[in-house]
Design a binder for this molecule. Structure first.
Ligand SMILES: *Cc1c(COP(=O)(O)O)cnc(C)c1O
Length: 396
């Protein structure tokens, strides 16, 4: 069999290489601790699990779900209510909300619903790999706009060449950002919406970390920007705030034409989310929210410990204001793959090399805070213990 060109066009999946290195280390008897994956280590809150169980016992929920491709109206109403309470954004649940099987798949529906072969999409560098994949799968081309530390990892939209901006049909944003942990102020979203209106393109903000923020900071929504509903959509997800990554439920909200195009793709692709999972999603969005605050405070304690140890190692790292990652520059500009290998060799600790998110991610590593406390403490203890060896290897 000869696999499709679109698969060959994907950049080599660096994470496979890392997985192999982990296996090698484990085969040598090393107890490997992975700070590589961003996947909550706490269980889903029990009131949400209960809602699933109850709904799963109800035969009414066993056939294809109602309003298959859009999601149940009650779920879309819960999303609209949550957007109103949380962000002060008013949405019509009939036309401006779509249920997703996780926000990751939303990228693909958006790309397939919007982009023709040869069209252009603007994707940040570094970025979550699914953005690039969705554009490639749609047969479109990618222009990568750099995220620079000197600009707080916000793209300089004025630097995008006019011919690129004219040709582009989509601008992808993701704040709070994975992997850089950067956050965007409302003024930036206002700029992005103005840019999208000027050049007649769609702007999409992937916002699954809106609830994972520290020190009292509350991330805003792209849809708060003036005129955002004319050109903007936003993805959000129940995965991160409610520890529901395995459940596969999220949402797209915003411009009704974009939502309709995505729904048309979905109608021809999947038949929606198990209705019982949607009932659990309603319980999550409309129920008590103190469970979210509880996990955020766990991550905040971990963040402070990780940042403290990285500084002891000589890394110049800032405490993130949001997301459950720490994004740290490698010491002496060491290539990120080399530094990640060094930490694995010296301490049995896995971190993600920034190069895996694009060439502008080079010179950084990403550490995830979704590791049980005793394992994280063990990882940090080893890093401190091997501090001298790590510093010595870096200064060569
Ligand atoms: C975790 C993550 C997602 C995945 O969300 P799902 O709703 O579980 O598909 C999407 N975007 C970014 C940037 C993420 O880090």
């Amino acid at each position: 069999m000869e696999k499709a060109e679109r698969l060959k066009q994907l950049p080599p999946y660096l994470f496979v290489q890392i997985r192999n290195k982990i296996r090698e280390a484990q085969a040598r008897g090393i107890d490997v601790i992975s700070l590589g994956v961003g996947d909550p280590d706490h269980p889903t809150p029990s009131h949400i699990v209960e809602a699933l169980c109850k709904a799963a016992h109800d035969p009414a929920n066993h056939p294809y779900p109602p309003d298959e491709e859009k999601g149940m109206l009650a779920f879309r109403e819960a999303v609209a209510g949550w957007y109103a309470r949380r962000f002060g954004v008013q949405l019509d649940p009939q036309t401006e909300v779509l249920a997703l099987i996780g926000s990751k798949e939303g990228n693909h529906h958006l790309a397939l619903g919007l982009l023709n072969p040869g069209d252009l999409a603007i994707v940040p560098d570094p970025a979550y790999p699914a953005y690039l994949a969705s554009v490639i799968f749609a047969g479109a081309e990618v222009y990568r706009v750099p995220l620079d530390p000197s600009r707080g990892f916000l793209p300089n939209l004025a630097d995008i060449p006019t011919d690129v901006a004219r040709r582009a049909k989509l601008l992808v944003l993701n704040y709070p950002n994975n992997p850089t942990t950067a956050v965007a102020p409302l003024e930036f979203y206002q700029e992005a919406v103005a840019f999208a209106r000027t050049f007649d393109l769609v702007v999409c903000n992937d916002n699954p970390y809106s609830e994972i923020a520290y020190d009292g900071y509350q991330p805003v929504s792209l849809l708060r920007a003036e005129g955002a509903l004319e050109v903007g959509v936003e993805f959000n997800s129940l995965s991160k705030p409610y520890n529901m990554t395995g459940w596969r439920i999220g949402m797209a909200v915003g411009n009704r034409e974009v939502i309709a195009a995505m729904a048309q793709v979905k109608e021809n692709t999947d038949s929606g989310i198990f209705a019982a999972v949607q009932h659990a999603g309603i319980a999550a969005l409309t129920g008590p929210q103190d469970c979210v605050q509880a996990v955020v405070s766990v991550y905040q304690h971990r963040r402070d410990r990780v940042v403290g140890v990285l500084r002891e190692l000589g890394l110049q790292v800032e405490a993130p204001r949001a997301t459950f990652y720490v994004w740290a520059p490698t010491p002496n500009g060491m290539p990120s793959m080399d530094f990640a290998s060094l930490l694995l060799e010296e301490a049995g600790v896995v971190v993600t090399p920034g190069i895996g998110y694009g060439s502008r991610g080079e010179g950084f590593i990403r550490l995830s805070l979704t590791v049980p406390d005793h394992r994280l403490d063990e990882a940090l203890r080893r890093l401190v213990e091997r501090r001298a060896a790590i510093r010595a290897a870096v200064s060569h």
